[in-house]
Design a protein. Structure first.
Length: 79
């Protein structure tokens, strides 16, 4: 049991920062950052999937999607 806990990689603040920074660049229209977003998001998702239950993962992803929809709709209204 203890060996399994040591194998789980911790989600670091740098992982979150890199993912959100890449998402911000893509949101601004800088499409060259899409690869970075996929890479950093994948690392974050892999680490989170080891730590959370499937139900928690689904709820978390749904919450992120809802926030993304709200931000996109607000950005569209501003234009």
């Amino acid at each position: 049991m203890e060996a399994q806990l040591e194998q789980i990689e911790k989600i670091l603040p740098e992982d979150l920062a890199r993912t959100f920074e890449s998402a911000y660049h893509v949101f601004q229209g800088k499409t060259e950052h899409v690869d970075d977003l996929l890479k950093h998001g994948g690392v974050l998702l892999r680490k989170a999937s080891n730590k959370f239950t499937p139900t928690q993962m689904v709820i978390g992803i749904a919450a992120l999607a809802a926030v993304a929809v709200v931000l996109i709709s607000r950005a569209s209204d501003d234009n």
